[in-house]
Design a protein around this ligand. Structure first.
Ligand SMILES: [Zn+2]
Length: 303
């Protein structure tokens, strides 16, 4: 049995997986907001409950937003700010008396989908999160690649040049302090803002990405144009990944990955930027959905 924990800003989810990958236990509790010690104690208690019922786990892994600084060993860039600058895995290890693996939640997503998800059996899998933010992770022959800077797959803060946008404040400012990041164009909120801007609607009245996609599928023209524009920008941004990493499979996750049209449109467009006469990379939807966080975290301890 392997235990995976998805440590988020609002909830902590735990799952126990048997050797075949079946989830044999699952629980979810609210995160003690702003309380670092309380958060660690909650994780420890959840693990204890699972092990009391099912026996000792072979390994425990944690997935969380942010990444581990190579320089300090501490978490950085987490939206759960009480975790920032803390040695989360080290402190948990001392609290629980055993080794705890930790990784970025996008890396956990990539590992989950490469292990027994939509990228299963492929050699090079690039996992992409298109949600509130844009992240990614890279798995090669079953192994999660982290890199000397601990940022492998973080394509969300690469610059994306938009040649076709006129009149709008481009490049747009990003929360990271830079301008024109991929995330400012391809996050769910960016898609919604783009649609509202094109339609001349106040941002307070803007439609959800899901709603826009539904209208597009029903043939509404402005929504279809928004999805087409989004697909073209996504194709451009992913072509940069393909030109460098040349993955067999790109798996999409996060809320925007539910837009069915992307799997048809994006591969039509990315030929324009991929430096090859044909593109064999497959673009696929995730298999495990919201469970990828806990599943990938559990597989971390097998790495
Ligand atoms: Zn940025």
């Amino acid at each position: 049995m392997h235990i995976g924990i998805d440590l988020g800003g609002t909830k902590i989810e735990i799952a126990a997986l048997d050797a075949s990958g079946a989830i044999i236990h699952r629980a979810r509790v609210p995160t003690p907001a702003g309380d670092y010690r309380g958060t660690l104690a909650t994780v420890a208690r959840l693990v204890e409950e699972v092990e009391r019922a099912l026996g000792r786990a072979e390994g425990i892994g944690i997935g969380t937003p942010g990444s581990i600084s190579r320089r300090t060993g501490r978490l950085r860039n987490s939206n759960s700010t009480c975790l920032n600058d803390k040695d989360v895995s080290g402190d948990l290890a001392s609290l629980m008396g055993r080794k705890i693996s930790i990784a970025n939640d996008a890396n956990c997503f990539a590992l989950s989908e490469a292990s027994d998800g939509a990228g299963q059996g492929a050699s090079v899998v690039f996992g992409v999160i298109l949600g509130t933010g844009v992240g990614g992770g890279l798995v090669v022959d079953g192994r999660l690649i982290d890199g000397p800077n601990g940022i492998t797959g973080e394509w969300g803060h690469n610059p994306l040049v938009l040649g076709e946008q006129k009149g709008r404040d481009t490049p747009r400012p990003c929360y990271c302090g830079r301008k024109g990041c991929v995330e400012t164009v391809l996050s769910g909120p960016a898609l919604e803002a783009d649609h509202a801007w094109q339609a001349g609607v106040a941002s307070s009245a803007r439609l959800s990405a899901e709603h826009i996609a539904q209208q597009a599928a029903a043939g509404e023209q402005a929504s279809a144009a928004t999805i087409e524009r989004y697909a073209r920008h996504l194709a451009q941004a992913l072509a940069a990944v393909i030109n460098i990493v040349d993955p067999d499979v790109i798996v999409l996750g996060g809320g925007v990955s539910n837009i069915e049209a992307l799997y048809r449109l994006v591969p039509q467009h990315w030929r324009d930027w991929v430096f090859s006469d044909e593109v064999r990379t497959r673009l696929v939807r995730n298999r495990h959905g919201d469970s990828s966080g806990v599943r990938g975290a559990a597989w971390l301890s097998r790495q």
